[in-house]
Design a protein around this ligand. Sequence first.
Ligand code: KG4
Ligand code: ZN
Length: 344
Amino acid sequence: MSAPSPVTPGRDTIVLGIETSCDETAAACVRGGTDVLSSVVSSQVDLHARYGGVVPEIASRAHNELIIPVTARALVEAGVEGSRVDVVAATTGPGLIGALLVGVSAAKALALTWGVPFVAVNHLEAHLYASFLEDPELRLPMVVLLVSGGHTMLVSMEDHGRYRLLGQTLDDAAGEAFDKVARFLGLGYPGGPAIDHHALSGDPEAIPFPRSMIDDGLDFSFSGLKTAVVNHVRKHPEVSTEDVAASFQAAVVDVLVAKSRRAAAETGAVALALGGGVAANSLLRERFLDACTDDDLHGFLPSRAMCTDNAAMIASAGWYVLGREGASGLDHGASPNLRLRTTI
Ligand code: KG4
Ligand code: ZN
């Protein structure tokens, strides 16, 4: 088998992106880095719901069953024959090792079969690119608040491929705190949307939960807040679940918004964007945009579909990575603890 010819990504270059890092099996075709031709996401949330969280072995098996139909559908919906795909990109980390390997193996097999380059994509970097997919005019430097089930970080994107980690959680990720509190309140899984929904009819000022580290640097801590919720409910069993949900959510959002504003001010950012699953939270979206208006920043909120895991962001990031760094070797493995490559 001959080596794939090098590809310089251009406006017509079609990247097939594949994402299997956690519990979404996703494939998408994106042209020229930003033109989404198709984006198919098959969520396994129902499979994991009864366990109250993602079960790695179940996730890997489901990815195995879904990867071919999901990829085939992404090609059909894009109206793209396999032979017209120029590049195959896949998430190689961070994530669950068994889950990642399904997508990485499928992507490498397709790249080899079609004789096109394979590009390894960092899932966190792809979340940063989700903003560009919907707003290609976004200017840099920009600060991105990346809040998901596994991560909470403030990243300064100084240029494409140049990132500075400004702050991150010291314990639980914001999404993890939503999931754990929802589980404790008996609201089911995933917890974020359930708390969001119950908070709509609760009083956000009913319980003054702690705003951990709000005036202290750009790192985050959510485990104390989670414990405060548990202690409060145990002490006041009659408390309204809606008030607890609203007060907890307000505490998380206050901290996320305060630190994002400070990060933008400290780095001289011209734009502030949200990314990751928690970016679907209604209160966070509202407060984030208000803060951007107050601080004269270009605020950007990806659509809810683009906040949560999807493969369009993988294909988009793959296009930029290929231009910057070239193709990855077919011996490139999956890395469950992969970090965002930062400049400082
Ligand atoms: O980015 P994502 O789809 O998966 C990764 O963790 O990579 O994020 C999933 C997380 C879960 O913790 C979920 O509870 C949270 O995002 N989430 C929300 C909302 N929708 C999803 N958290 C708060 N409010 C929401 N509306
Ligand atoms: Zn994610």
